[in-house]
Design a protein around this ligand. Structure first.
Ligand code: C2E
Ligand code: CA
Ligand code: CA
Ligand code: CA
Length: 276
């Protein structure tokens, strides 16, 4: 919040000072958010385009803060990651999401095969007992681990070249799926993706957004699809908002998508009504 002015004087930027203070505040509040029951999940459907039907739900974390109201993950996940709080919070997310999706699988007609997609941070992934945490959560929820997809951003993968192969092997042994999130925003190599044996690849929204205006992006999606076919990956287009984008994706041969065109992430208690 302190910057040298052009004349060598020191300028205080009240706006960034306020942000830094707010961040410290949030940091200590986040420590107690779990016990105070302030964290909750919303669920966004993943759509299979042929039948235009939900085949899974992605759990997205929200924080109902006592004073500030609703806080979105882009604001507090980085704080959770820096402080390491993402580890206990992430374990809570896994347990909560798997139990919830299993309830829909058991209780909602036609929903027996829904996947549960859960976002995983690097800090969680490198925790030595991470596979046990996933296993325990699946057992407690009574969900088939094969119905679980762990979403890992491409950037995390690139920053984590030491991703323990032990962890990968144990997750694969469990039958859990790995999903490469925000694909196209990083620089992962084919061989790395193959080494991971990922199950799905999620094309970042930035590529979908410009489908209407920038035909060159369509050819990038075609490249991604060709690669995905070679590696036998399911491709999910993220952030689909318009019928035109959908038409374009169908034309390109994308089979799965997610976005406001079908639904925003919604509270768990709205999902049953949405599905039926
Ligand atoms: P993400 O995993 O890439 O999730 C997709 C984000 O795009 C979500 O934002 C979702 O609400 C939003 N979205 C979905 N469809 C559309 C659309 O059609 N248009 C637009 N404009 N946006 C759409 P959200 O919920 O704010 O989450 C932001 C990020 O926070 C997530 O990005 C993920 O990286 C992270 N996150 C969320 N929940 C968790 C969690 O439980 N653990 C971890 N480690 N990260 C999480
Ligand atoms: Ca995700
Ligand atoms: Ca994403
Ligand atoms: Ca993202």
């Amino acid at each position: 919040a302190k910057a040298a002015g052009g004349d060598g004087s020191v300028v205080y930027d009240s706006r960034t000072t306020g942000q830094a203070a707010g961040r410290l505040d949030l940091q200590s509040d986040l420590r107690v958010a779990l016990e105070r029951d302030e964290l909750f999940l919303e669920y966004q459907p993943i759509i299979e385009l042929d039948a235009e039907q939900a085949v899974g739900f992605e759990a997205l974390l929200r924080w109902r803060h006592r004073e500030h109201g609703l806080i979105m993950p882009d604001t507090f996940i980085p704080i959770a990651e820096e402080t390491g709080l993402i580890v206990p919070i992430g374990t809570w997310v896994l347990n909560e999401a798997l139990a919830q999706v299993q309830r829909w699988r058991s209780n909602v007609p036609g929903a027996g095969n829904l996947w549960a997609a859960v976002n995983i941070s690097a800090r969680q992934l490198v925790t030595p007992d991470f596979p046990d945490i996933v296993h325990t959560a699946a057992l407690a929820a009574g969900i088939d681990p094969a119905a679980v997809n762990l979403e890992i951003t491409e950037t995390v993968l690139m920053e984590q070249p030491e991703l323990p192969s032990e962890t990968l092997h144990r997750l694969h042994d469990l039958g859990v799926g790995l999903s490469i999130d925000d694909f196209g925003t990083g620089y992962s190599s084919l061989s790395y993706i193959q080494w991971m044996s990922a199950r799905t690849l999620k094309i970042d929204r930035s590529f979908i957004e410009v489908l209407d205006t920038d035909p060159q992006r369509a050819s990038i999606i075609e490249l991604i699809l060709g690669m995905a076919r070679t590696l036998d990956l399911i491709v999910i287009a993220e952030g689909v908002e318009t019928p035109n984008q959908l038409a374009e994706l169908r034309r390109l041969g994308v089979h799965h998508a997610q976005g406001y065109l079908w639904s925003k992430a919604m509270p768990a208690d709205q999902v049953t009504a949405w599905l039926t």
